[in-house]
Design a protein around this ligand. Structure first.
Ligand code: ATR
Length: 277
């Protein structure tokens, strides 16, 4: 059996096994299995050794290990280097390589939201040129979001409850503007919630966006997809703004990871989306 794994802590909520096992079955990879495993930080070294020893063929990494895994790897792909965040690992020519598919997965989602400016073959187009994007939160996934948006020409304004984390991100992305938590930029086209606020029902971010009532051009995007509609998205929908949750980004990052491991370009079909409901 070829073993694939997602590691994290907590991990019970991870839907990655459903997605990858679905594709493994669909594409007749009958000797493959994808599992999830909750680990402690001190187990990271041992788990990477299992990839070296071919006991594990491919691995996904989720919160809080996307950065912590880096010292145990031999090489990073360009997106992983830029974001200092790794969510996919495999052995290539005896080297353990870390990849970041969150950034490219989010980039593909953005292309679909703004298809009029986008081309299917070019993911590095400047479709967000001149757009101001307000990011809430500077946790583990924020560097992937920023890298995808900057590649498309967006201006980033970011705010996090703990200021130290935005200062760290500024070292990776010097062009971003930092705003104190609770404030809102004067001009913005897109607001993205990358915080964990909203995972629990009725949890709210205490920032009012009433200045954009009935503005259909303003997009409110929440990385959370379970629940499907957080308070952040519900309020935006009731104001008349465009809204979207993080399900497609989740599926696309998984698709890129699957492609790295198997060379197959898996389809995100309706049957798969139904499985996640
Ligand atoms: P980590 O910070 O360990 O990478 P994460 O789940 O990736 O964890 O990120 C959680 C994000 O949600 C952080 O931006 C966090 O803000 P802090 O850096 O201040 O902790 C944010 N967050 C969580 N609970 C929050 C709350 N009640 N209010 C505002 N932001 C919150």
């Amino acid at each position: 059996m070829k073993k694939y794994l997602v590691i994290g802590n907590p991990i019970e909520h991870s839907l990655s096994p459903i997605v990858h096992n679905y594709w493994m079955k669909k594409y007749h990879l009958i000797d493959c299995v994808y599992e999830r495993k909750k680990i402690d930080e001190k187990e990271l070294s041992n788990i990477v050794k299992k990839i070296r020893d071919n006991e594990i063929v491919g691995m996904n990494i989720t919160v809080p290990f996307k950065k912590l895994i880096i010292p145990f790897l031999d090489e990073l792909n360009s997106f992983a280097k830029e974001t200092q965040s790794v969510n996919t690992v495999q052995k290539v020519n005896n080297k353990i390589v870390g990849y970041n598919t969150d950034s490219i997965g989010f980039g593909k989602t953005i292309n679909e939201i703004y298809p009029q400016n986008s081309s299917k073959t070019n993911t590095n187009n400047l479709i967000l040129n001149g757009k101001n994007i307000f990011i809430l939160g500077a946790g583990g996934v924020s560097s992937s979001i920023i890298s995808a948006l900057e590649r498309k020409g967006g201006n980033i304004i970011i705010s996090n409850r703990t200021k130290k984390k935005t200062d760290e991100l500024k070292k990776l992305f010097p062009k971003i503007e930092i705003l104190d938590w609770g404030k809102k930029p004067k001009i913005y086209d897109i607001v993205i919630n990358t915080t964990s606020v909203g995972l629990k029902k009725d949890e709210k971010i205490n920032i009012e966006f009433n200045d954009c009532n009935k503005d259909k051009n303003k997009l409110f995007y929440d990385l959370i997809y379970n629940p499907r509609e957080t308070s952040f998205l519900k309020e935006a929908r009731l104001r008349g703004n465009k809204t979207m949750n993080g399900q497609t980004m989740f599926l696309y990052q998984a698709a890129y990871a699957f492609n790295i491991w198997t060379n197959i370009e898996p389809k995100v079909d309706n049957e798969l989306i139904k499985l996640l409901d």
